[in-house]
Design a protein around this ligand. Structure first.
Ligand code: SAM
Length: 347
């Protein structure tokens, strides 16, 4: 039949330009627009901004206009000229120096994730990640590819770090973990979640277990000596013995791996875990009926283009935990990106 006269593919047109929006945010951050407006402490003209960031006036004007349309910049008219300033969201999340900055995540999206997604069609066809095509690295070992240079590793660590300033408190307090005193954060990376644990639970200590070069970098750049309740343990969680603990945290670890590898790791944790102890999974949970959340559905594709894993439902995590021996498995949604699943080892 003929489509109704008022039918208009608004959503589809919006989806088509989704990547244009992403690129405006990426480029504005990379050019330092938001940092400049923060440090200027007064609204600036396009001329002033283009000169300060070393970009063409024409290009800068168009970029600033797009940021205004995206409500990342405010404008005001001053003697016939337009002046720009950051919106509050831009100041808080898009400037480098802000404690809640997403700048590093945006950089990683722009320089790494965007390039992998260029090969999404191939990833779906082949059912595997696109590191080789995107970056010329052909490694059987996922993290050898991700950490193909020290620079890439630090960038990845900064990416991992930033989200816990925003969602960390919710995931560590989703369950009352106060009875667990000796916590081991497996794949604990930059220690952002470990810090959330020590601040939420004054009696606990946290050991960050990660690959040797990640531990060295974390110690050097992310966790200060002042964090006396946080310590480190270098190792490979698939190959080396795990430290004994009351609670093991696996935050965004299982989503990197196949079901087989997940059960292998969880079984190892079950053996190391003290009776009465537990494992806390921190992951973005899919709805059981597959209807959402959209962010997690997109993350699952992101895991396809970049890793060996996938995002899962609470029931799927429950199956993996039960296969490794854990019981009394519960999950809690936080309403933000990441949720929590707790499995216990009987006392
Ligand atoms: N848990 C952190 C978070 O949520 O911010 C980091 C998650 S990141 C996706 C995966 C982490 O697992 C990285 O820090 C990586 O270095 C670590 N990792 C990967 N393979 C590992 C292995 N075989 N042994 C120990 N750590 C490993």
């Amino acid at each position: 039949g003929t489509p109704a006269a008022d039918m208009y593919p608004r959503k589809i047109l919006e989806y088509m330009e989704g990547f244009l929006v992403s690129k405006v945010v990426f480029s504005s951050c990379e050019l330092g627009v938001f940092d400049l407006l923060l440090s200027a402490e007064r609204p600036l003209s396009a001329e002033e901004i283009s000169q300060a960031i070393g970009a063409s006036l024409d290009g800068t004007q168009r970029l600033l206009a797009a940021c205004t349309g995206l409500k990342l910049l405010n404008t005001l008219q001053d003697n016939g000229q337009v002046l720009y300033s950051n919106t509050e969201q831009a100041s808080v999340y898009l400037t480098r120096s802000s404690p809640l900055s997403l700048y590093q995540s945006i950089q990683y999206s722009s320089r790494t994730i965007y390039l992998c997604w260029h090969h999404l069609t191939d990833a779906v066809r082949e059912g595997r990640n696109q590191y080789e095509k995107a970056f010329g690295v052909n490694s059987k070992d996922l993290f050898q590819a991700l950490y193909r240079s020290d620079e890439e590793m630090v960038k990845f660590m900064q990416l991992m770090n930033s989200i816990w300033n925003i969602c960390g408190k919710d995931v560590v307090t989703a369950f009352d973990l106060s009875s667990f005193k000796v916590i081991c954060d497996l794949g604990g990376c930059s220690g952002a979640l470990a810090k959330q644990c020590t601040s939420a639970y004054p009696e606990c200590t946290v050991t960050i277990f990660d690959l040797p070069k990640v531990v060295c970098t974390s110690r050097e750049h992310f966790v200060t000596e002042a964090d006396q309740r946080i310590s480190f343990h270098k190792g490979d969680f698939f190959k080396d013995p795990l430290p004994e603990g009351d609670l093991y945290i696996l935050a965004r670890i299982l989503h990197d791996w196949t079901d087989e590898r997940c059960v292998e790791l969880l079984s190892k944790i079950y053996k190391a875990c003290k009776p009465g102890g537990a494992v806390l999974l921190v992951e973005a949970l899919l709805y059981e009926d597959g209807s959402g959340p959209l962010t997690v559905q997109l993350y699952s594709l992101n895991m396809l283009v970049q890793t060996e894993g996938r995002e899962r439902t609470a029931a799927q995590y429950t199956t993996l935990l039960a296969a490794a021996g854990f019981s009394n498995i519960q999950h809690r949604l936080t309403g933000k990106i990441y949720d929590a699943v707790l499995g216990n080892k009987e006392a």
